[in-house]
Design a protein around this ligand. Structure first.
Ligand code: GAL
Length: 987
């Protein structure tokens, strides 16, 4: 002990010394803002940093990243689809959490094949031109079972998230495996990985030695990209000193997680980050590694449409722009695509859908917020002076109600003004002016129109800005992007419809300027070398053409907000910042100058209806194709704007009407029968446990102690009857939304939420006083807790803390012999392809009733909705067809319709994959996503539903198969995930 303590302090001292050496002499804020020296970790020069931003390959960038979890979309073909959508929304980053438990069902066993083939996730990002942040924990939180730890860690004696030999060995085992992939995919090896996170929000019960151990392991394994750490908030944990990463940052969820009151926005914006950053890690860029992009929703919660209302596009405007005003230049939106916590992935508080109200919905659909994020990201990637600013306090005539932050580029005269209501919640419409100082003079803007903030809005105004061959004096409309189109320049600006806008550029000669437009609201005035346009933001987009002003003509496209949302700027050449501009489509995935015909741009994308488009093309481009087909274009005017129509051809989508299907039924809880043979079950005879849950007298009845970690569990207790016995006293311990059902000698005793129940009214007809009795307990579990506070909470038991007979006196031996049963094979998975979170311990699951090809011909015929009440567990099987033609995306779902009075739960198996846990009594989820790749969208599928009655009997309601939406789409081809049927089941 002494020796270990001594070693600990030595290694801490070494770490401290190293850190002291590594920290450069602190420059003043001003010197730092101007300096062009790069921060580096000494391991690579490909990713460096300074006080402003990251530099990748020497190039400064705003890292606009989104969180995506490959395990929440168990169909690798769709990872490419999602990464293409990120890119289309102008993201240049994605953050991947790697989920230890997903790859490791058993100590020493690791799987990176099939749906676990993370190389495909790296490739999907790289192919779409997206940088990757790796976050391999080992602890990741993320509303996952055990917060991402493997279930087998339940049985570790030592604490997790701490430095100790046992945990070191376990963590090293994981990191050795995952690091192989992460190191090979670093930018230094030509891959997309640019940053690597150590641990996750390690902000309670911290241990610097553990952090140092993780850092050393990553480094020893060859991770050379800068390390990052996400503090739970701007609290300074591991900002400096032992455990500190290369670039410290924090997380922030200002809207909270109560979606039932979506407009409440409980927390105002943070205005102290700038100072905190300056005090804490001013040499590094300001980073928010998780910023709220949606919210999770608990069992019984209001549902994701409400979370989407809470974290909507207005929230994105107000809170994200505030981040930029504070100085954030690395921003990861958690989640940008949430996906599905299928099977046993989720921790207890959350249900199957992890839609998260995110920018991209669970079935991969676009939202207004996604489009808003695109408007912001394109601005941040286009307007480079925004990357190197220092703060100043501007003057405004309404500083009482409007908060304006000034950001001045340190290299050019360009300045930015971020305007928002002082109260994020304000619904007021307020007018205001800002005093600006430019190289062209000082003004109070707007000079002759109104600048408005209408309720929950925020704006970034740009002044004194050289772009292409133009010089912008100021614009009260926000910039989306601008382009050099060859003979002329193009800029797209926007604000809400009906708001006035003012846009002023420098001109060479007042007398030579010509302004052409069809928009009657536009007024122009040229004085002292400045052309000022005033206009009303239209419904749609108005072109204004300025000639004779600068070296080149300028096309100003003034868009109303709805129209702006549908402007896309896919790169033609990202290195050169060359983009095509196209308005109208639901989604534009890519644009490329055709290889054979340099006068054609090939667009790919998706439409949801016949769509009129406007395209602005560089000189020399005369034609476009859309998903390979030529589009008839009309040259609207000489301004390089072309119009055309993308025709939506109604597809012939077919899918089985499940309400008319023939189903098969079989009863599935023979374990309740006292004569059931449980001789092969494990005897629960442990007398001690590593769980954190205290237990009463008798053997340990925690399933994890016997190697069963997921889904439903059975416990069977056998005891001899006697006249003394008056009842039982049982306490179930499991997570939120769990339930348990008790049977004695085959008779239903009751179904309960977790907690204690004493059965004291047992009569002689139930108990066999002379002979053997069997009590059967079915526990519906909802996963393990996480370890947010690093106190081993993930080790809470799943089972019974108390299970004793009442009335028995003078017992010498424990009177009940307990057996426990869970998923087939326990940690030695029967189905490694679908993996450790797919199956639980129901009889039907153990016997492969959920698998394609299971011979159900001797099952009873049934109809759904079920016409009969069924006791215990019931299984229903059918097959169904889906036919979605190529060139379309129609994400499919299965929806339950029932009144919520009856207490039952279901497991939804599609082609053997557990795609949903449903709680009829709790909700809120009724619709379940069936991802293409698991779902055969051009052929037959097998559906199996296991129904667990918590009440004495249950009657399954309606089950409906339907698409969420139908898109004519360039979705990449998705291969069916290769997964075994019943014939391959090892029994
Ligand atoms: C953070 C955590 C994430 C996730 C998020 C809420 O605290 O780092 O993993 O749990 O909260 O969704």
């Amino acid at each position: 002990m002494l020796l270990k303590g001594a070693l600990t302090s030595i290694s801490l001292a070494i770490a401290a010394v190293t850190t002291v050496i590594a920290v450069p002499v602190r420059l003043s804020l001003e010197a730092r803002q101007k300096s062009d020296s790069n921060g580096t970790n000494g391991l690579t020069d490909l990713v460096t940093w300074d006080t402003h931003t990251l530099k990748v390959n020497g190039e400064r960038l705003f890292l606009f990243s989104g969180e995506f979890h490959y395990y929440r979309l168990p169909s690798p073909g769709l990872w490419t689809d999602i990464m293409q959508k990120f890119k289309a929304l102008d993201y240049n980053g994605v953050s991947f959490y790697f989920f230890w438990g997903y790859h490791s069902p058993k100590r020493g066993v690791y799987d990176f094949t099939g749906i676990r083939d993370i190389q495909k996730a790296f490739d999907a990002a790289a192919d779409s031109g997206i940088h990757v942040i790796t976050r391999a924990g080992p602890y990741i939180n993320s509303e996952l079972d055990c917060g991402g730890f493997p279930s087998w860690l339940q049985n570790m004696q030592s604490p997790a998230r701490k430095y100790n030999p046992e945990n070191k060995e376990a963590s090293h085992e994981w990191l050795t495996e995952i690091d192989k992939y992460m190191t090979a995919n670093q930018i230094t090896k030509g891959g997309p990985v640019i940053l690597n996170q150590i641990e996750n929000e390690f902000s309670y019960n911290t241990d610097a030695e553990y952090m140092e151990m993780l850092k050393a392991k990553f480094r020893d394994d060859g991770m050379v990209v800068p390390t990052i750490f996400n503090d739970v908030g701007p609290n300074g944990n591991f900002a400096t000193g032992p455990g500190a990463p290369d670039i410290y940052g924090w997380d922030n969820y200002p809207a909270g997680f109560d979606c039932s009151n979506p407009l409440a926005w409980p927390n105002d914006r943070s205005t102290d980050w700038r100072d905190f950053h300056e005090r804490t890690n001013g040499e590094q860029p300001m980073a928010v590694y998780e910023f709220q992009g949606g919210a999770f929703d608990p069992w019984g919660g209001p549902g994701y449409p409400e979370c989407y209302k809470m974290v909507n596009e207005q929230y994105a405007k107000v809170y994200y722009k505030n981040n930029y005003a504070q100085g954030i230049r690395i921003q990861n939106l958690y989640m940008t695509y949430g996906g599905t916590s299928w099977g046993g992935l989720p921790k207890p508080s959350v249900y199957t859908s992890y839609d998260y109200g995110a920018a991209i919905t669970e079935p991969g659909l676009m939202t207004t917020k996604a489009y808003e994020n695109k408007l912001q990201a394109a601005f941040l990637h286009t307007v480079k002076p925004f990357l190197t600013t220092k703060y100043f306090k501007p003057e405004s005539d309404r500083s009482d109600i409007i908060l304006i932050d000034g950001l001045a580029d340190v290299n050019t005269p360009t300045k930015f003004y971020v305007a928002q209501h002082w109260s994020t919640k304000s619904e007021e419409l307020d007018e205001f002016h800002i005093k600006i100082e430019t190289t062209n003079g000082n003004f109070e803007i707007p000079r002759s129109s109104k600048l408005i903030l209408n309720g929950r809005d925020a704006k970034i105004l740009t002044t004194d800005y050289d772009f292409n061959s133009q010089h912008l004096v100021y614009s009260t409309s926000e910039i989306f992007t601008h382009q050099d189109a060859g003979s002329h320049d193009v800029i797209i600006v926007y604000a809400y419809e009906k708001e006035e806008g003012e846009f002023a550029i420098k001109v060479k000669d007042d007398t030579k300027v010509k302004v052409e437009t069809n928009d009657d609201s536009v007024k122009s005035e040229t004085n002292d070398g400045i052309l000022q346009l005033t206009y009303t933001h239209p419904n749609g987009t108005s072109p204004i053409y300025i000639s004779g002003g600068a070296e080149k003509d300028l096309l100003v496209l003034v868009a109303g907000y709805q129209s702006a949302l549908r402007w896309w700027a896919p790169y033609l050449n990202e290195k050169e910042g060359k983009r095509a501009l196209i308005n109208g489509p639901y989604l534009v995935r890519s644009a490329a100058v055709s290889k054979d015909d340099k006068s054609t741009v090939a667009f790919t994308g998706d439409i949801d209806e016949t769509t009129d488009i406007q395209v602005v093309l560089p000189d020399g481009i005369k034609a476009i194709t859309w998903n390979g087909e030529k589009v008839q274009l009309e040259e609207k005017d000489k301004h390089g704007i072309y119009t055309g129509t993308l025709e939506f051809k109604k597809p012939d989508i077919k899918y089985t009407d499940l309400t008319k299907a023939t189903w098969k039924y079989k009863a599935g809880s023979p374990e309740t029968d006292p004569k059931f043979d449980d001789s092969k079950w494990i005897t629960a005879d442990h007398l001690s446990t590593n769980s954190t849950t205290p237990h009463d007298a008798g053997p340990i009845l925690y399933a994890d102690d016997y190697g069963f970690h997921t889904g439903c569990l059975w416990f069977r207790g056998t005891f001899n009857g006697s006249s003394e016995i008056t009842g039982f006293d049982l306490t179930a311990h499991s997570g939120a939304a769990s339930a348990w059902v008790a049977y004695l000698n085959g008779e239903y005793l009751g179904g309960f939420d977790v907690g204690n129940h004493a059965f004291t009214d047992l009569n002689d007809t139930l108990i066999n006083r002379e002979g053997e009795n069997v009590i059967s307990l079915l526990l519906w579990t909802t996963g393990h807790e996480d370890d947010f506070k690093a106190d081993d909470d993930y080790k809470q038991a799943r089972g019974f803390t108390k299970a004793e007979l009442l009335g028995v006196t003078n017992q010498t031996t424990w009177p009940i012999v307990w057996k426990v049963q869970g998923n087939f094979g326990g940690e030695d998975l029967a189905d490694p392809v679908r993996g450790p979170y797919n199956e639980g311990g129901l009889y039907g699951e153990r016997n492969g009733w959920h698998l394609p090809g299971f011979p159900d011909n001797d099952w009873e015929d049934a109809k759904i909705p079920e016409s009969k009440e069924r006791t215990g567990v019931s299984w229903y099987r059918t097959t169904f067809d889906v036919n979605i033609p190529d060139g379309y995306d129609a994400p499919m779902s299965l929806r339950y319709v029932d009144d919520t009075k009856s207490r039952y739960r279901t497991l939804l198996y599609v082609n053997g994959w557990n795609l949903g846990r449903y709680a009829n009594d709790l909700g809120p989820q009724t619709q379940y996503y069936l991802p293409k790749g698991i779902l055969n969208t051009q052929g037959e599928n097998t559906l199996a539903i296991g129904v667990v009655a918590i009440d004495e009997a249950a009657q399954l309601g309606q089950v409906i198969l339907e698409p969420y939406d139908v898109l004519q789409s360039a979705i990449p081809s998705v291969e069916l995930v290769d997964s075994p049927g019943y014939d391959k089941r090892q029994q």
